[in-house]
Each structure stands twice: as structure tokens, then as C-alpha cells.
Design a protein around this ligand. Structure first.
Ligand SMILES: *[C@@H]1O[C@H](CO)[C@@H](O)[C@H](O)[C@H]1NC(C)=O
Ligand SMILES: *[C@@H]1O[C@H](CO)[C@@H](O)[C@H](O)[C@H]1NC(C)=O
Ligand SMILES: *[C@@H]1O[C@H](CO)[C@@H](O)[C@H](O)[C@H]1NC(C)=O
Length: 349
């Protein structure tokens, strides 16, 4: 928590000018606060224009017409590929039902949508047949889904607990340009904030470390936004890619500690996912996640909608591995786990 407070503390610069006291609270503390006072907030509550929507009911990004019409709204990827809004799925049953929503999402995340005949297992750089035991994650290694040998290969990893060690090993062995993002990493190279996005471009096999984390809010119109010189500790994936000069991330690992739902939503809505080829990510079900609220049924439906959005963006689930525990939204459920590590491949590139 100490490290969290440190990295969140600098995250809110686009909001600084709003003058609304609530917005000055660093997002992490805000999320913490929501955990406590969340149930007391009216549903779909907002804290003001341009503020973050807390409820899953208003998951549509809030834009005002000025921003929408502005040609400078999102340079780079988003503009080329066109933003889309996350579509909220229908209820699983006739009416909101915890078990119906839970069964739908668990069925979805435990059933691979693509059988890969060849895979890369954790720590391995040789494609093999799928192993009999269920590893933590798998990369689909069909020839048509892997980067060509003589072409550059880029891998990003977002992890705070070292759980990505084997992923870093695999992508390094593959000869990728590897970037590791960890806001608690005191070894990160360069930059007065220690969060430099300096690249080790062309230095295959060496991991560049960045003291940085993922932002999920679409940046507001920035004063003189300059690429490659991003001062904040958290950035959207699109901004990180732009700063590092990458059009594609071939392999992406993300354990975002419950921020994944809003981050995924950002990736879907910004079109960034079109640039990600293989994704390994852990989804956490113990609580709603950062800046996600509503009833349990609404949260489950929102999560399912996010997963559907990933699929609509071209991601196919190739592997699912259950984590520890049986707690979903603070309820103990026998047939579900508290987290799942999911491996996807983008079949649309
Ligand atoms: C993958 O293979 C399993 C076992 O052969 C089969 O049950 C499943 O339907 C297949 N899935 C897909 C998406 O083809
Ligand atoms: C930081 O560097 C030290 C010494 O080089 C190393 O032992 C340690 O594992 C590194 N920590 C991280 C988080 O990379
Ligand atoms: C942006 O930069 C330009 C030129 O560098 C400068 O004239 C202008 O005042 C800047 N705008 C803001 C809002 O800082």
C-alpha cells in the first residue's frame, strides 16, 4: 500500500485544474475511499463535469462536445483506429441474478475459444504441443501468430510482484525488445522521476525497467502535450507505446491488481488492443475493482461486457488458469475462483 500511494500520488495531473476537492484525492485513495463509502453513494453518481463515473451504469466515457470535435483529442493510435464505446451486455437472465451473472462469466473465462496446436509455456522459448498440466499462462505459437524471426518483436510486462519472471524469460529468449513496468521498482533507469521511457531499442534480450503504471482515463486535452517526454507516473498504454515508438506490442503481460477492468475498457474504447497481439492478464474477482461500482449483479455484468469487448476487438481466449481462493465480490462461492490468469491471442492482425 505504501508503494501504491507513492505511485498514485503523481497520477492526477489532467484533473488538477478542475478545482473540485474530490478530484485532488489521488486515485488510489479515492478507490480506497469508495470501498468504504461506496455503498452510500447514489448510483451513477458523478462528482462533476469531466469527472470519473463511479458506477457501472455510466461506463460510457464522458466526453463533452468540445473534446469530441477537437482534432487534437487523441493523436496516434486512437485516431487512426477510431474509438468505440464499450457496449453493456444484457442481463444473463430475465432479471438481475447473482448466480446467473456469475455462471455466465465463469463459463466464459474457463472455456478457451481457440485450440492452439503449438504453444510457448512459461520460461520456454521452444514451441511445443500444449502441456498436459495447466501452466499459469500459455502463448499461442501457431506460425501465423508469431512475429517473424527477422522482424522486431516487442514485449511489455506490467507486474508488481515479480510474477512475470517467466514471461520476461520467455520473451527475452525470443529476442524481443522487453520493457518491464513496475511503479515500485527503484532500479528503473534514467529520468528525474525515475520513470523514464528511455528505450533499449535494438538491444534484444535486455529488459528495460520503467517505474511506471497504467492509466485508464482517456487523457483530457493537455496543454502542449509532447510525446516521449511524459512526466506522469501512470500513462495509458497508447501513450507508453507512442513514447517508446512502438506501433505493436507482440506480447503483453499484465497483473494490474484489480485495475484491469477499467484498463481493459480503456484499451477497448481507445482501439489500442488492435496493436496488441498476445495478451496474458490476470483478472481479479474479489472486489469490483478500481472505479467500478454498483450492485454485485451490475459489477458482474460489467465485467462480462468488458470481456465481450475484448473479444469484439479480436482477442480469442487460448488458456485459462484459476488462482487461489473462492471469493467473488466478497462472497464465498464454491464453483469460482478469486482470480484467473487468462491468455488471449489477437486473431485480427
Ligand atoms: C478444443 O479441444 C477440445 C478437446 O478436443 C474440445 O472439446 C473443444 O471444443 C475445442 N475448442 C475449440 C474452440 O475448438
Ligand atoms: C535492483 O538491483 C539490484 C542490484 O542490481 C538487484 O539485486 C535487485 O533484484 C533489483 N531489483 C529489481 C526490482 O529489479
Ligand atoms: C504551447 O506552446 C506554444 C509554443 O511552444 C506556446 O506559444 C503556447 O503558449 C503554449 N500553450 C500553452 C497552453 O502552454
Amino acid at each position: 500500500m505504501r508503494t501504491c500511494a507513492r505511485w498514485w500520488g503523481r497520477g492526477g495531473s489532467p484533473l488538477r485544474s478542475s478545482g473540485i476537492l474530490l478530484l485532488l484525492v489521488p486515485p488510489f485513495l479515492l478507490a480506497l475511499q469508495l470501498l468504504v463509502v461506496g455503498p452510500l453513494l447514489p448510483r451513477a453518481s458523478r462528482v462533476g463535469e469531466g469527472a470519473v463515473a463511479f458506477s457501472v451504469i455510466s461506463i460510457e466515457p464522458e466526453r463533452n462536445s468540445r473534446q469530441r470535435g477537437s482534432p487534437s483529442r487523441r493523436p496516434g493510435l486512437e485516431q487512426e483506429l477510431g474509438p468505440r464505446t464499450l457496449a453493456l451486455q444484457r442481463w444473463a437472465a430475465d432479471k438481475p441474478s447473482f448466480m446467473a451473472e456469475l455462471n455466465r462469466i465463469i463459463t466464459y473465462i474457463t472455456k478457451p475459444q481457440l485450440n492452439c496446436s503449438r504453444v510457448l509455456s512459461p520460461g520456454q522459448a521452444q514451441a511445443t504441443q500444449p502441456p498436459a498440466d495447466s501452466p499459469h499462462w500459455l502463448l499461442c505459437a501457431e506460425d501465423w501468430l508469431l512475429p517473424l524471426e527477422d522482424r522486431p518483436c516487442v514485449a511489455y510486462s506490467f507486474s508488481m510482484d515479480g510474477g512475470d519472471a517467466e514471461f520476461l524469460k520467455t520473451v527475452s529468449l525470443l529476442g524481443c525488445e522487453v520493457h518491464s513496468f513496475d511503479p515500485s521498482n527503484s532500479n528503473a533507469s534514467g529520468g528525474h522521476l525515475g520513470n523514464s521511457l528511455a528505450s533499449n531499442h535494438g538491444d534484444g534480450g535486455v529488459v528495460s525497467q520503467h517505474k511506471m503504471w497504467l492509466e485508464w482515463r482517456v487523457p483530457r486535452k493537455r496543454k502542449n502535450k509532447t510525446r516521449g517526454n511524459l512526466g506522469s507516473v501512470s500513462q495509458t498504454l497508447a501513450d507508453v507505446m507512442a513514447a517508446l515508438g512502438h506501433h505493436t506490442v507482440h506480447f503483453l503481460y499484465a497483473d494490474l491488481l484489480s485495475a484491469e477492468w477499467r484498463v481493459f475498457q480503456n484499451w477497448i474504447e481507445s482501439g489500442t488492443l488492435q496493436s496488441v497481439h498476445h495478451l496474458v492478464a490476470t483478472v481479479h474477482l474479489q472486489w469490483a475493482g478500481f472505479e467500478v461500482g454498483g450492485t454485485n449483479e451490475e459489477v458482474l455484468r460489467y465485467w462480462f461486457s468488458v470481456l465481450q469487448g475484448l473479444q469484439a476487438s479480436g482477442l480469442k481466449l487460448v488458456h485459462s488458469s484459476a488462482g487461489e481462493g473462492h471469493s467473488v465480490l466478497k462472497q464465498t462461492v464454491a464453483n469460482a475462483h478469486s482470480s484467473y490468469t487468462l491468455s488471449w491471442v489477437n486473431t485480427r492482425y
